[in-house]
Design a protein around this ligand. Structure first.
Ligand code: XLS
Ligand code: NI
Ligand code: NI
Length: 441
């Protein structure tokens, strides 16, 4: 294992159990431990995100970079890209995360022309392919950065100018090539600047129809090059646009439905769900019950701040809900858990990248163990079965079978009289949930 960029972490991060006081060890994530018939590694499918972890600088709207990364030292952009890729695989190898995710422009610099950009990407993809082979780390999903360049100021596929749309075509084409070359099982469309800031100058319907066309074009190309994975849209309600078109899971499902798109699932991110005024669990459930929960960006927001802080996911209750929903739907076939999270501006040290990922992996490992126990006891299933029992018999069953009418409802209400008031038992549910969380062996 090379020690070029992370010389102080000399050994792979190992599982040492909850009693360990070694900050560079897993307390809960034990890759080969079996839970509900599969290993933790197979259930959780953790992916390191390239952009925040290796390209993040610590900058915020009030100040520039605070991190000095050894892989970022060269003045030649292609050398920097090559060094960063080496550093990424050294990190991922030592951490033991099985997957990674990228945007085209994080891994290779934009060139002066469309052709030069494509060639840069191809060079770095060849390097990544060799490193994947050497380390066994796999690609979870790829995506294109259609939001940083000035040409995308008014959107990429939703831009009023078809020439901007055409540049987005070029980028997605090559990002798909890269994803296929690296064996990725997913491809993500995150809105970026697909939204608007004022209605006065915006034809929303036109822009959304353009986005739908773009997805069909991407699918056509992906099929042609033999992409066997799945497309995902990642909802987000705001940032960078004031109004993003992919507000939340329900909005995206409505968009897909109204444009007849059945080949796209959802990638749900915690901090985006909370920005939309939902919980992570809510948006996961909306996607899952529609059969469209494909992948997760696991991070968390800061309840004190109103923006996308993308912190590492250390809240166990969020992880329990996520894993419960994932287990209920039988897993994530094409997706996984991508750490779309960044270390804080003041966390300058290289070790901080390890601590952050270890904490996130441990929280989700614990979430998996707890969710599995809850499911084995049928805790939530029993709660629901009791609460909705009425819909399985008599008038309730007739409604669900389409046999009831307003008149039959009236007749039933008149005969049965006033319904009994039944408590929702929210506090009791929360207490039991805490027992599962805190008494988990
Ligand atoms: C930004 C998004 C982005 C996507 C990939 O808010 O979360 O990181 O996951 O483009
Ligand atoms: Ni985010
Ligand atoms: Ni994301």
């Amino acid at each position: 294992m090379p020690d070029r960029f992370f010389p102080t972490v000399t050994k792979p991060i190992a599982y040492e159990g909850p009693e360990s006081d070694n900050p560079l060890a897993f307390k809960w994530y034990d890759a080969k431990r079996k839970i509900a018939g599969k290993t933790m590694e197979q259930h959780l499918k953790f992916a390191v995100c390239y952009w925040h972890t290796f390209k993040g600088t610590g900058s915020d709207p009030f100040g520039g970079a605070t991190f000095e990364r050894p892989w970022d030292a060269s003045s030649d952009p292609m050398q920097r890209a090559a060094d960063t890729m080496d550093a990424a695989f050294e990190f991922m190898g030592k951490l033991g995360a099985p997957y990674w995710c990228f945007h085209d422009r994080d891994i290779a610099p934009e060139g002066a022309t469309v052709a030069e950009s494509a060639a840069n990407l191809e060079t770095i993809v060849a390097q990544a392919k060799a490193l994947q082979k050497k380390t066994g780390v796999k690609l979870l999903w790829g995506t294109a950065n259609l939001f940083s360049h000035a040409r995308y100021a008014h959107g990429a596929s939703t831009n009023p100018d078809p020439l901007v749309f055409a540049h987005a075509c070029a980028q997605v084409r090559h990002a798909l090539d890269a994803t296929v070359a690296l064996g990725g099982t997913g491809y993500v469309f995150w809105g970026g600047r697909e939204g608007y800031s004022m209605l006065g100058n915006t034809d929303m319907k036109q822009e959304q129809d353009q986005f739908a066309r773009f997805l069909f074009m991407a699918r056509e190309y992906a099929t042609k090059i033999g992409f066997k994975g799945r497309f995902f849209i990642e909802p987000k309600p705001k940032e960078p646009s004031t109004h993003q078109y992919d507000v939340d899971a329900a909005t995206v499902l409505g968009f897909l439905h109204s444009h007849g798109i059945d080949f796209v699932d959802l990638n749900i991110e915690n901090n985006h769900a909370t920005l939309a005024g939902h919980t992570f669990a809510h948006d996961l459930m909306v996607a899952s019950q529609a059969g469209r929960l494909g992948s997760l960006d696991v991070n968390r927001g800061n309840p004190m701040l109103g923006w996308d802080t993308d912190q590492f996911p250390t809240v166990v209750e969020d992880a329990v809900w996520a894993m419960h929903i994932i287990l209920d739907q039988g897993g994530l076939k094409y997706g996984g858990l991508n750490f779309d999270a960044k270390v804080r501006r003041g966390s300058f040290d290289l070790e901080d990248l390890f601590y952050a990922h270890i904490g996130g992996m441990d929280a989700f490992a614990r979430g998996l163990i707890i969710a599995d126990r809850m499911r084995q006891d049928g805790f939530r299933a029993k709660t629901l079965a009791t609460r909705y029992a009425g819909w399985k018999k008599g008038f309730g069953a007739e409604v669900m079978q389409g046999k009831a009418t307003l008149e039959s409802g009236e007749a039933y209400a008149a005969k049965a009289g006033e319904p009994k008031r039944v408590s929702g038992r929210e506090e009791q549910f929360e207490n039991v949930m805490n027992q599962y969380i805190y008494n988990c062996p």
